[in-house]
Design a protein around this ligand. Structure first.
Ligand SMILES: *[C@@H]1O[C@H](CO)[C@@H](O)[C@H](O)[C@H]1NC(C)=O
Ligand SMILES: *[C@@H]1O[C@H](CO)[C@@H](O)[C@H](O)[C@H]1NC(C)=O
Ligand SMILES: *[C@@H]1O[C@H](CO)[C@@H](O)[C@H](O)[C@H]1NC(C)=O
Ligand SMILES: *[C@@H]1O[C@H](CO)[C@@H](O)[C@H](O)[C@H]1NC(C)=O
Ligand SMILES: [Zn+2]
Length: 486
């Protein structure tokens, strides 16, 4: 907060919103501290999990019993429009800010900021430079500024100090830390004594993205990888059960993007059209950010614009509005977007991968899975579509914190919730008379408890009979992890 103020002219609007986030006056804050002291009422809990590159239709491809349990006990959304460009860092930051990439500032995995004259790459420590992240405020920062607690495991940006704040609990990014360890840590944090337990957690896992890149999504070998992810979800659910918090924690399982099949016959070589001396290559295929050398914009553009029918070449000001990908200095003066399945390279000597993402976010192949369960969610409910930016206001509603300005819409997704108003919200007045719900809620709870017990019991029995696939899938994916592209 102080750093925000002392930065002065920097980002006045953002600072204003940070100020508004501060507990407004003493009553609210006293109330929260009183609550903590006397454990009057627990805060709502939410765990957001991302399996990188888990395309929406992977759950239809092999049996995914654990995803099915979440869907039966909760909700699924069939069509989730994520944000452009459909890369890992932009989309993970959108999930926790509700903002399009042009607004939150993490516009790509590889960036150049001409104002700062600095470069960002997910392959270097440049990601720890806070400046890149501070055009937005991720949910964990808001939670903590509001007196709540958060925990983060490997989520992009969550081990970076943003607006002076790190999650109360977090692990430094290390791709070698096994999924099971990540889960154990975050479950520990959720089930800690009330005064220190986290209210909001984010958990990230690199698969099935890595295998999707190296094998290509169409490979039959992907089946085992997907089954392996379902097992991992099962492990997570079991750890929550073992800790006695399965019924308490709202669990959201989604992803940043999907995956498209590539082909070595579908390569665009920029060297055929324009000399490398005329530009700097900033972001990678399939949506390439091109920074022309001083005075060379028009020359580079005219050489590329009609060069190849399998790519669209935009001057920044002509990028289609529906991408919401224009108004940021970190978006380069020329953007080249490959058609689905095509790869842009300078020449063929580069490393070729069989799967990729980053393409148009309205392509089905680019879209992620979305399932959720827990006390805040309806049961056995399938929704047709949402935008990934809608998750942010939804999470704020569940967690009872006021959302910052964002590009999502709670109205568009509130049908996912089990109750229209959230009675535990101190800051948002209930919109409907709660009394009218009371009898219905009562009988609903009764039925839910009985059903919950049955499901749990059946599950325990069936679990024991399932063969373990975990080791198989790890072995299959391990040797393929070269040349990773998040
Ligand atoms: C930008 O930074 C590079 C070093 O990273 C430096 O060589 C260059 O002169 C700087 N450009 C400007 C305009 O300051
Ligand atoms: C990353 O995690 C692995 C596995 O837990 C560990 O052996 C290694 O020391 C860690 N690396 C760093 C830099 O902490
Ligand atoms: C391709 O580009 C690399 C540099 O990235 C260069 O070393 C190589 O000679 C080029 N190959 C061809 C066939 O032009
Ligand atoms: C997204 O939300 C931010 C914050 O409210 C706003 O500044 C921006 O204009 C919005 N973008 C669009 C496309 O509406
Ligand atoms: Zn990836």
């Amino acid at each position: 907060m102080l750093s925000c103020l002392s930065r002065g002219g920097g980002r006045p609007l953002l600072c204003l919103w940070l100020l508004l986030l501060l507990p407004p006056a003493s009553p609210h804050r006293l109330n929260q501290q009183g609550r903590r002291g006397h454990s009057a009422r627990e805060r709502p809990k939410l765990l957001l999990v991302s399996f990188d590159g888990f395309r929406w239709d992977y759950i239809d491809r092999v049996p995914t019993p654990n995803f099915n349990i979440v869907i039966e006990e909760g909700v699924m959304v069939r069509e989730v429009e994520n944000v452009y460009i459909t890369k890992t860092f932009p989309n993970h930051y959108s999930l926790v800010t509700g903002l399009y990439a042009e607004t939150h500032g993490i516009v790509a995995n590889e960036m150049y900021d001409p104002v700062l004259n600095r470069s960002f790459s997910i392959e270097t420590d440049s990601i720890y430079d806070s400046t890149w992240w501070e055009e937005a405020v991720p949910l964990w920062v808001s939670i903590q500024k509001g007196g709540g607690r958060s925990g983060a495991v490997m989520w992009p940006g969550s081990d970076v100090r943003i607006h002076g704040v790190l999650p109360n609990q977090y692990l430094l990014y290390n791709s070698s830390v096994p999924f099971e360890t990540r889960v154990e840590r975050i479950v520990e944090w959720f089930s800690a004594p009330k005064e220190v337990a986290v209210d909001f957690g984010v958990l990230y896992w690199e698969e099935p993205d890595e295998s999707g890149h190296s094998l290509g999504p169409q490979s039959p070998l992907m089946d085992a990888v997907i089954a392996g992810i379902d097992e991992k979800l099962g492990f997570l659910m079991n750890e929550l059960r073992k800790a006695g918090i399965y019924e308490k924690v709202n669990l959201v399982v989604t992803s940043d993007h999907g995956m498209a099949q590539l082909s070595p016959d579908h390569i665009i070589e920029l060297d055929e059209y324009v000399s490398r001396d005329l530009y700097t290559w900033v972001d990678k295929s399939p949506v390439v950010g091109i920074l022309p050398k001083e005075g060379k914009l028009d020359e580079v553009y005219s050489k590329l614009v009609d060069a190849n029918p399998n790519m669209a070449v935009y001057k920044k000001e002509d990028i289609p509005a529906h991408f919401h990908y224009q108004h940021n200095a970190r978006i380069m003066p020329i953007l080249i977007e490959a058609k689905e399945g095509w790869t842009i390279m300078q020449n063929r000597s580069g490393h070729f991968i069989l799967g990729n993402h980053g393409y148009d976010n309205t392509l089905r192949s680019m879209q992620p899975v979305f399932v959720a369960r827990g006390p805040a969610f309806r049961q056995n409910y399938v929704k047709n579509s949402m935008r990934s930016v809608d998750l942010y206001p939804l999470m704020c509603q569940i967690l009872s914190i006021p959302p910052l300005p964002n590009n999502g819409s709670l109205a568009d997704v509130k049908d996912l919730l089990s109750q229209e108003p959230t009675p535990s919200t101190p800051s948002v007045p209930p919109k409907v008379n709660e009394n009218s719900f009371a009898p219905a809620v009562g009988s609903f709870l009764g039925v839910a408890m009985v059903l919950g017990f049955l499901v749990f019991y059946i599950r325990q029995v069936t679990l024991k009979q399932l063969p373990s696939l975990r080791h198989r899938s790890r072995e299959m994916s391990q040797p393929l992890l070269q040349d990773l592209h998040l």
